[in-house]
Design a protein around this ligand. Structure first.
Ligand code: DUC
Ligand code: ZN
Ligand code: ZN
Length: 471
């Protein structure tokens, strides 16, 4: 057999094994793993490199409306380009419903924003802001059938927060349809109460964003979300967990046999609340929810990754430019942290940070790294084994890493639409140098060679991890 491409001489790692062999690619798929594979149109030299499944970032926000006068820094072109440079071959952004909107219409809007504009593959989660009878009874079941097999719900935010009854209703539809629910767990009323008190005391600088949503706010909502899912008997994912108390709620639930999946993000491993204390408005660069905590919380998040409480490591990429009146320095944001656009960029830095801090410093194995950044995302969201692994028959979604390359993360190295990185100055060892999506290079030796529009939308299967316990 003649291959289109053979990746030669590299060290392959999957979620379970590390081995030396060549990868034969025919068309869009991996066709052979072995030695002396023979001929190909192109032989790629991967000696001294790692050949890993392309990262799947299952939690990113692109081109979402973010309130009057605020514009998200990445559209689907710039966001997926940035993701490709960060070693990713697929991202899962959200199609966000706003009150009164038809979910089907929302999905069409996001396809219009994405289709023909992506550098890597994408699929959408649905954000449910308006759990009407029509949405619950008609739109969601039809959309799940069409391959939109996961929803995100919010327990906080004006216009987004669902009541406990609404959460139960959405979870119940997920149980009936086989979809997986992702939960943003923070107590809305507690945040409102604390925000009002802070503002009345004149504490309006970005640093008070963290004080407005302390750990108890997240722990309580995490506990409540788990309890509601237990009542309905449906698995859920608690996303962007920031601290020990929330992590331990998840661990306890898992030990009781509940199917609760956990996700954490780079900001909870390498940033702290102190980063929000920058002079003038500089702290706004770190405003995200939940906020980064302290060093003990970072240690707890590492523990959650090491012990399998968290199966997913995502970026929660939600970028707003800093030096921009449509971004972090919006005029209203200067009056109170409440109005600072909420979210930080990270799709390009997620993998190098976990590789360097995790694999490089001996906290996790290379195989655990692959599981946490690619394979588990595919398994959790109905993409496996098409995506998320290196195996014969899987899509040839591959990142080639130079494990010896040492860099200091800086905005000058980034390829997205944002004008800063919250990870500026962090030293890393190990960098993804090339990315192939379905057999085609998107990034090659650090240079963009892919084409806007080459990335495809992928309809997903139902997640095997969304099956109820049957109680
Ligand atoms: N939650 C997210 O998941 N992303 C950005 C903002 C938020 O609250
Ligand atoms: Zn969230
Ligand atoms: Zn998010």
């Amino acid at each position: 057999m003649t291959f289109d491409t053979i990746i030669c001489g590299g060290t392959i790692a999957t979620a379970s094994d590390t081995f030396r062999c060549d990868v034969g690619i025919a068309g869009e798929r991996i066709a052979a793993l072995g030695e002396n594979l023979g001929d190909a149109r192109e032989i790629v030299d991967a000696r001294n490199k790692l050949v890993l499944p392309g990262g799947i970032d299952s939690h990113v926000h692109l081109a979402q409306p973010a309130g009057p006068g605020i514009v998200m820094a990445d559209d689907f072109a710039s966001g997926t380009r940035s993701a490709a440079f960060g070693g990713n071959t697929m991202v899962l952004p959200f199609a966000m419903q706003q009150k009164g909107e038809s979910l089907r219409e929302v999905v069409k809007q996001y396809h219009a924003k994405a289709d023909g504009h992506c550098y890597i593959d994408v699929s959408f989660h649905l954000i449910i802001a308006d759990a009407t009878e029509r949405v619950l009874g008609q739109e969601l079941p039809a959309l799940v059938n069409d391959g939109y097999t996961s929803f995100k719900v919010f327990m906080t935010y004006e216009g987004l927060a669902l009541s406990d009854l609404e959460l139960l209703n959405v979870m119940s539809v997920a149980r009936e349809t086989g979809a997986l629910v992702m939960v943003h767990a923070e107590n809305y009323d507690a945040i409102r109460f604390l925000t009002d008190r802070l503002e009345r005391a004149g504490k309006t600088a970005p640093q008070y964003h963290a004080a407005s949503r302390p750990i108890a706010v997240e722990r309580e909502a995490t506990h409540r979300a788990i309890s509601l899912s237990e009542i309905v008997d449906v698995p859920i994912v608690i996303v962007h967990v920031s601290n020990r108390e929330a992590m331990e709620e998840i661990r306890r639930a898992q030990q009781r046999g509940l199917k609760i999946h956990g996700e954490t993000c780079p900001q909870y491993l390498v940033l702290t609340e102190n980063d929000l204390k920058g002079l003038n408005m500089a702290g706004a660069k770190y405003v995200c929810s939940p906020p980064p905590r302290d060093h003990a919380s970072q240690a707890a998040c590492w523990e959650g990754l090491q012990q399998g409480v968290f199966s997913l490591f995502s970026s929660d990429h939600c970028p707003f430019r800093y030096d921009d009146p449509q971004g972090k320095l919006a005029p209203k944001g200067r009056t109170s942290f409440r109005w600072v656009p909420n979210g930080i960029p990270g799709v390009e830095t997620r993998l190098p940070i976990l590789f360097s801090e995790g694999v490089g410093k001996g906290r996790i194995s290379l195989n655990e790294f692959v599981a946490l950044t690619a394979t588990n995302h595919a398994k959790t969201y109905g993409l496996y084994p098409k995506k998320g692994t290196i195996a014969v028959g899987s899509d040839a979604d591959i990142a080639i890493w130079d494990p010896a390359m040492e860099l200091t993360i800086s905005q000058a190295l980034m390829h997205g639409g944002c004008d800063y990185t919250p990870y500026e100055g962090i030293r890393v060892k190990g960098w993804p140098v090339s990315t192939l999506v379905r057999g085609q290079f998107v990034v090659r030796d650090g240079a963009l060679v892919g084409r806007e529009g080459a990335g495809q939308y992928v309809a997903r299967e139902k997640s095997p991890l969304a099956k109820p316990r049957g109680t």
